[in-house]
Design a protein around this ligand. Structure first.
Ligand SMILES: [Ca+2]
Length: 298
């Protein structure tokens, strides 16, 4: 059984590259050593290690990782080696075009990103895979979920903190009218407000909704919508308040029951967020990998 420990001192990228090379040598691979190094390095450090590895061994570290590792550890480590933008693009592309279409994973990445992050990963998506994100959404999603994802991925939104109180109240009332007040649901209004308003504005609408109607908007969304459409709206709403908290919460739920955490797919979605939520998220990432190592999940 392997264990993962936090290295006592930070080594140089060159030392890391040498240690990785050693871990690969011989029969099999010292997976614990590989994770000990890579899971504890940030994106810049990982890029430097890749450079050093290339210089010293005239080989691509990612290719070696791909041939030495297997299963979910391989999947997670290879995702982890990307910078956050390329990782988003890779996860969403896999989710929308792989053997198993994973609309939840694609929805989580798209609906938890800011407009500038979406713009960046859309460019990476096209550069890496030669297809437009919108094209894949169009092809794989359906109904209101598709309409919301397309609107959310293409509409520019304000990223500042100022909100217009009059507009906030108007939107809260419009959402009540479109949902709880009527029989059935006017999904168009939900799509319009959730895809066009800034995070600060939506968070304010959420508070206003509670103040006016004594009911949480989240509850209204749950009552009025379902499936992937509901999941997308809830992700947008929760990330409007605090994306870091949203992911920390989701990751900790996924990792609940350590060391036998089982939702490997879920853990992989959470990887892209590690750098967003800081140390806490990274810790969960490391714990997730530890689970795999200790729990014989791979
Ligand atoms: Ca209703």
């Amino acid at each position: 059984m392997s264990t993962v420990t936090i290295p006592p001192v930070l080594t140089t990228p060159r030392d890391d590259a040498i240690q990785l090379y050693r871990a690969f040598k011989g029969f099999g691979c010292d997976t614990a050593a590989v994770i000990n190094i890579l899971a504890h390095r940030d994106a810049t450090q990982r890029a430097l290690i890749q450079q050093e590895y290339r210089t010293m061994y005239s080989a691509e570290l990612n290719k070696r990782l791909s041939s030495e590792l297997s299963g979910n550890v391989k999947r997670a480590v290879l995702l982890w080696m990307h910078d956050p933008v390329a990782r988003d693009a890779t996860i969403v592309r896999q989710a929308l075009s792989g053997d198993i279409i994973d609309l939840k994973a694609a929805t989580e990445v798209i609906c938890s990103r800011t407009p500038s992050q979406i713009l960046q990963f859309k460019q990476a998506y096209f550069a890496m895979f030669g297809v437009y994100l919108e094209h894949d959404i169009e092809y794989q999603a359906s109904g209101d979920h598709k309409k919301l994802l397309l609107a959310y991925a293409t509409t520019p939104r304000y990223e500042g903190l100022e909100v217009d109180r009059v507009m906030v109240e108007k939107d809260a009332k419009a959402l009540f009218k479109a949902g709880e007040k009527r029989l059935g649901t006017d999904e168009k209004t939900f799509i319009h407000i959730f895809s066009e308003r800034s995070r600060a504005h939506l968070a304010a609408v959420d508070s206003a909704y509670y103040d006016i109607y004594g009911n949480a908007l989240k509850k209204a969304v749950k009552k009025e919508t379902s499936g992937h459409f509901e999941y997308a709206l809830l992700t947008i709403l929760q990330c409007a308040h605090n994306p870091g908290k949203y992911f920390a919460k989701n990751t900790s739920i996924i990792c609940d029951g350590y060391p036998s955490c089982g939702n490997l797919r879920g853990m992989c979605w959470c990887n892209p967020t590690c750098e967003d939520v800081g140390l806490f998220g990274c810790r969960w990432f490391v714990i997730g990998l530890t689970c795999w190592l200790c729990g014989g999940m791979w």
